[in-house]
Design a protein around this ligand. Sequence first.
Ligand code: SAH
Length: 239
Amino acid sequence: MKSIILWSPNTVNAAESKKIRLVMSLRKAGIQDTAVLSAIERVPREHFIPQAMQDQAYEDIAVPIGLGQTISQPFVVAKMTEALELNDRHKALEIGTGTGYQACVLSKIVRRVYTIERHKPLHSHAEENFKQLGLRNITTLCGDGMRGWPKIHGIEQAPFDRIIVTAAAREKPPAKLIEQLKVGGIMVAPVGESGKQMLKRYKKESEDTYSISDIMPVRFVPLLPDIARDDTREEMVVA
Ligand code: SAH
């Protein structure tokens, strides 16, 4: 039987060359970790972008994904991923799955990714994305990431080698997250109120001490408690 191929080489090449241009611009902007650049090159960002915004998939900009949330700008994703100093033995936790793009980038570098999202529709959509892309080293949870990764069926996943928070805490990241970080581990998280946020890097030096350094000013949606109610409009006020 003859099969019909609904695929245009021109479209594919256009997306590929846009992607290469994006990776080159990230390198020019100071991203040096080749594992990070290669991961970004291997993730189809268009897959995580709403239909109406497809032409912006490889622009270096944040894109709205519904429910008042956004998929981060590729430069910010690259910078956060680089700051985590990842390797293929790491077990990483992400708070704020959103579309799943950042988790997908992480999954290309580390052994296993755990990711939590408080909005049910975003969580289901991200799960669907991971399934379609055949990513088997990502475990998702719909819940409140401020409480860290819970014991599920008596199984503890904490502590994590790395933690990335992709929504901004007002004053400091939740204590539970630092608690779930391994000694020697790194956490990257935006902190501060809207308009005054700083991306910070936390290094857990011992069971009860950690060092903090500033990476760069950023704009993230707020980190909010509990699972979102379906009718919630709380995030819509975010700039
Ligand atoms: N990393 C995402 C973008 C994150 S946008 C991506 O690559 O697409 C920030 C996300 O954090 C939003 O989806 C928001 O719903 C979620 N969020 C905010 N507070 C949270 C919490 N306490 N627990 C889990 N997710 C949270």
